[in-house]
Design a protein. Structure first.
Length: 275
């Protein structure tokens, strides 16, 4: 009997779609429309939402949720889930609320975030502003989001594919993954009914399993993949182009330009000379 190998693209995006569907059901009462999930290496952002970005046959349109894989390996598992749900809140507001200008996180969005168990914060920590242009968040202890994450991990959910080339972060040291975890069937496709997954796991009855799930959520993804060798992306260095200062010997006006530039002052009818 031939064993069908799961294609990396199907497996990777299948896990993202499964997570979207799961949180849609657990936190948004399955009210969010289908979205097109992409991975993009946008600088200085874990993810973003773009309304009605994709179209099929020029008729139907769907929103885009983009996630940045360059941060996955060094971020905690729960932080990757936070990014996805953060963007799902933007989807919810676009469908049912009143979003502000592009990129601004208003009070309606912030209240929705809190209601599902994520506290908006400009710093990503307690005490930060709850509304603003650039916003992060952190899980509310014992909130709906964190409980949903625990149940998802307890069901066996796992990311099997991680981008090895990771973005450099200011003040961070390169982490060398050494952690291990119990083997999980690599060909599990997570096509089960999500409501069944939730009903089958009772958090209050399995404290050891809960602590194990919380431990997984608190680890960087790289720690969960044995023998993963990460490559740090060096920031691009922009070399300033050399410019030469020139001046008119008649009126003294200055200009800057590339070396060996031949220019003339029309008022004085004199050529500029290097300063």
């Amino acid at each position: 009997m031939k064993v069908t190998e799961i294609k990396p693209t199907d497996e990777f995006y299948g896990r993202l779609q499964h997570a979207f569907d799961y949180f849609n059901m657990q936190l948004f009462e399955n009210s969010l429309p289908h979205c097109l999930i992409t991975v993009q290496r946008e600088k200085n952002t874990m993810g973003f939402f773009s309304a009605a970005r994709w179209s099929k046959d020029g008729n139907s349109e769907v929103h885009e949720i983009a996630l940045n894989p360059a941060y996955f390996a060094r971020r905690k598992v729960i932080e990757v889930f936070q990014t996805l749900v953060h963007e799902q809140c933007h989807v919810w507001q676009h469908e049912y609320g009143n979003p502000s200008r592009t990129g601004y996180h208003n009070r309606e969005w912030a209240e929705k975030m809190e209601s599902i168990g994520l506290m908006p914060s400009s710093t990503g920590e307690p005490g930060g502003e709850k509304i603003g242009q650039k916003m992060s968040d952190y899980p509310i202890e014992a909130g709906r989001f964190k409980q949903a994450c625990i149940r998802l991990i307890m069901s066996g959910y796992q990311f099997n594919w991680v981008d090895r080339r990771v973005a450099r972060q200011i003040g961070d040291e390169m982490e060398h993954p050494t952690g291990e975890m119990d083997d999980i069937d690599a060909e599990e496709t997570y096509d089960e009914d999500l409501s069944d997954t939730t009903d089958s796991v009772e958090i209050t009855e399995a404290p050891l399993a809960v602590r194990a799930a919380e431990n997984v959520l608190s680890l960087p993804m790289s720690k969960l993949i044995p023998n993963l060798a990460l490559q740090l992306i060096s920031p691009s260095i922009t070399v300033a182009k050399a410019k030469t200062k020139y001046y008119c010997p008649g009126c003294g006006v200055n200009v800057w330009g590339k070396p060996s530039l031949a220019i003339r002052c029309e008022e004085c009818e004199l050529s500029f000379i290097p300063a």
